[in-house]
Ligand binder design. Structure first.
Ligand code: AHR
Length: 532
């Protein structure tokens, strides 16, 4: 074929056809952009000369585990008597996978479940623990075999901080106060009870959530009422024997800036953190769309919705700045991630969804946003760690798969606890809905304690590779290596009983030049470079 325009057109059509489209609505290129498959040139400037950036809290890479579907039972916990290989009841494969991610913090027991959870039901001999109906999540009967000891011991095994979400909606002040005492006191009646249940030394529990979604499943409260309740609950949750509490108020959902304002005014420095929940969801009513079967348009719309979190964070931060300009109170995005329709054939209310390269894109682009706001965002917990929503791992019996999102977390591990380094990227933007645009390349950088620079680059485009020049203000790179996550199709996923379609690979395409570093970033890829 001699006509180059025709060739470009054909290659664009072929690459789009490679995406398994649910509906025949291939994304239309905005008119300002060139032919679909033409590579673009982008410069990413690493601005290491700017004033020192904030630390990217390790806890931004936090996880969330709720008594919901098979997150706990089957996903994390199978019990000591299970045929599934386990370490004191915890799945060995999942433990290993999560250890490799260096999970910094794990939130539990909910979610909505937290405000119906009574901790005393989950201690003592398992055979004697009362049962309850998990009314939020499919009416499943909860046998309480995974309780306080099982959770806190899991955190010890993972080497992560526990984040306890307390029951404000249907529990009492005394109940929560005693729970804190049970977990953290060296001596006294609650410590004696804990010791009788087999745990001599108290655990350290720093993060304490005072309720969850108190405007909704946590009690349908008005912010003024919740703020007063918060003050009561927080007041009686004491600090025992050197255990310092970081008390977290149940914060807003999405665009509810009034909730944040009322809490900031009424609670202020009585809280160390306030939460925010933001899901990448099409809408709360009706179909949320399939996790695996989507059009190119739907893909870009999903990314647009995911990236809108930045505007939401900015506005909550502005409200917080009005009362706390020094940014002492943290904004904790303790629930975030994609929310699609449950997989056909799975239990309703268990929120089991597959996970594709699209989900990994959402994760990486969201991390880039969190990094940019690291001076206010002190924690984030993706929903959820196993078998629920945008999970790290999926399990079926003895099988386990690592999801594309897991690999995105893995690629971003070097940014945990590192110092944020500003970057400027001149990439064009794609209009994905009348209100939302996404960048053609998104970048983030940080410097770790050993002085190594890590640069993560995301090319969300389905068709077009990007020729990237990385320019440095100070550094003269002498060594570069990288790891990349991509797949032939954006809906590629890892599933049981077959080879993984989505996994990380070494990236050898970065070249050191006089300009800095040059590379070609493939379409739909996430890359992390280590630069010395
Ligand atoms: O993560 C699933 C649910 O989403 C949580 O239980 C709740 O807090 C939120 O609405």
């Amino acid at each position: 074929m001699k006509n180059p325009k025709l060739l470009l057109l054909l290659s664009a059509v072929l690459s789009l056809a490679a995406v398994r489209l649910a509906a025949a609505h291939p994304a239309e290129e905005p008119q300002t952009q060139g032919p679909a498959s033409a590579a673009r040139s982008v410069t990413v400037r690493v601005q290491e000369c700017s004033t020192d950036g904030p630390t990217i809290a390790r806890e931004i890479y936090g996880q969330f585990s709720e008594h919901l579907g098979t997150c706990i039972y089957g996903g994390l916990w199978v019990g000591e008597d299970s045929d599934i290989p386990n370490e004191e009841g915890y799945r060995t494969d999942v433990l290993e996978a999560l250890r490799a991610l260096r999970v910094p913090v794990l939130r539990w027991p909910g979610g909505c479940f937290a405000d119906e959870y009574h901790w005393r039901d989950g201690i003592g001999p398992r055979s004697e623990r009362p049962r309850m109906v998990n009314s939020n999540w499919g009416g499943t009967v909860e046998d309480n075999s995974f309780g306080t000891h099982e959770f806190l011991n899991l955190c010890e095994k993972l080497g992560c901080e526990p984040y306890i979400s307390g029951n404000v909606g249907s529990g009492t002040v005394e109940e929560l106060a005693k729970w804190v005492e049970y977990m953290t006191a060296e001596s006294g009646p609650m410590a004696e009870l804990r010791k009788r249940n087999g745990r001599e030394k108290p655990w350290k529990v720093r993060y304490l959530g005072i309720g969850n979604e108190s405007w909704g499943c946590g009690g349908s409260m008005r912010p003024e009422y919740y703020a007063d309740l918060y003050r009561r609950y927080a007041n009686f949750c004491r600090e025992f024997d050197g255990n310092r509490l970081y008390r977290i108020a149940s914060g807003a959902s999405d665009y509810d800036y009034n909730w944040t304002e009322v809490l900031m005014k009424s609670i202020g420095s009585r809280m160390q953190g306030i939460s925010l929940h933001y899901y990448t969801i099409k809408g709360w009513q009706g179909s949320k769309g399939s996790a695996t079967c989507f059009s190119a348009d739907e893909y870009y719309e999903t990314l647009g919705k995911a990236l809108e979190i930045e505007q939401v964070i900015r506005r909550h931060t502005a409200v917080m700045d009005g009362i706390d300009p020094a940014r002492r109170i943290g904004l904790l995005v303790d629930e975030w991630g994609t929310w699609f329709d449950e997989e056909p054939g799975t239990v309703r209310g268990h929120l089991y969804q597959q996970n594709t390269l699209r989900d990994a894109m959402v994760a990486a682009l969201t991390f880039n946003v969190f990094h940019r706001h690291a001076d206010r965002i002190r924690m984030a917990n993706i929903a959820q760690v196993a078998n629920v929503l945008q999970a790290m791992v999926l399990t079926r019996g003895a099988e386990m798969v690592l999801t594309p999102t897991y690999h995105a977390f893995y690629l971003y591990r070097p940014h945990q606890g590192a110092q944020f380094v500003p970057t400027a990227c001149d990439a064009a933007e794609r209009q994905v809905t009348p209100q939302r645009r996404i960048p053609e390349v998104s970048a983030t950088a940080s410097r770790d304690a050993e002085g190594r620079l890590h640069l993560s680059l995301v090319n969300p485009g389905l068709e077009r590779e990007q020729r990237v020049t990385v320019a440095f203000e100070r550094l003269k790179p002498s060594k570069v290596s990288g790891m990349i996550l991509t797949a032939p199709r954006i809906d590629a996923c890892n599933d049981f009983g077959r080879a993984d379609e989505v996994r990380t690979k070494a990236f050898r395409g970065a070249k050191i030049t006089a300009a800095g570093i040059e590379l070609t970033l493939p379409a739909k890829s996430i890359l992390t470079l280590e630069i010395e």
